[in-house]
Design a protein around this ligand. Sequence first.
Ligand code: GH3
Ligand code: MG
Ligand code: MG
Ligand code: MG
Length: 313
Amino acid sequence: YEHRSEQELLLDDAEQARENSYENQPLVLILDDDVTLLMYVKEYLEKRNWSVIATVHPHKALDYFHDMNPDCLILDLNIPETGGFQVMQTLSEKIKKQYVPTTVISVDCARETRLRAYRLGADDVMCKPLDMEELAVRLERQLYRKRWMNRILFLDELTGAYNRNSLLDTYQRLFGDAQRADSPLSLAFLDIDHFKKVNDTYGHLVGDDVLSRFASFLQSSAAKNDILFRYGGEEFILLMPQTTVKEAKHRMQQMLDAFCALTFDSANGPFSLSFSAGVVQITDAEKPLPYWLEVADNSLYRAKNSGRCRIEE
Ligand code: GH3
Ligand code: MG
Ligand code: MG
Ligand code: MG
């Protein structure tokens, strides 16, 4: 058995796995003390274009779970000493609350084992030896459900931007990243100018269309890592990682100029619009999100009061 090199190979590419993973390439974290099986599962899933973090160490599995935010878990419960069950127990609350689809794999498939796994939040139990194709198909079903649920929970239907429900979680994640990397994070609060007039003049359907195009415009002109939220009616929040307030102002100004040049069609001929925004850089780790929203909202209020169609800090 030349486990050493194999284990190192498995453990070293976690960063790579996260980098490779995007929406259609799910990231799975697998824990099993059987290295041969790990290699086999990893290879099989990677062939299907999944990203896989594999580890034989329960404590590593916990670290990876927290650092890499995997889309689903495969856990072997029969790991001597530290025990896979303990990992399951530790993660139980998170698995249930955040719905991280979890498949338990086990040689021991007794009724008691299965019940215990399900009670701790497992979504599925599969007995060894594993049928790889069945494992992959069952995981895919779970991930499909999760994606669907996330869409309903976190996306705004009209605009395709994230909704207000997801703002706090995303903010905390980006804020954590920013602190760890010692990099700036800025927030913009945007509001379309005289939007009520659009509804009053052209009707709500045109108003809806404007909102949807406004969001698309922002998504396509924002920086790659910026994240857009629909905060309310015609109010949006843009979180801008790796961005100082100066850069945020500059970027917003460019977006404003480009947006003002757009024309919208209506039965009464074309019209154009503008927006106002307040920007703020998150500087004090002690202050919570509502504080920064209020600061940005105050700046937005100033932008509105001093004539609209402008960005204020
Ligand atoms: P200001 O420049 O001060 O921001 O003026 P405003 O008219 O944009 O601001 P106000 O907040 O008074 O109006 C917002 C309007 O947005 C009122 C509401 O009817 C409309 N609205 C909110 N949600 C939707 C929506 O989903 N679709 C449409 N068509 N209109 C919406
Ligand atoms: Mg085992
Ligand atoms: Mg408003
Ligand atoms: Mg408005």
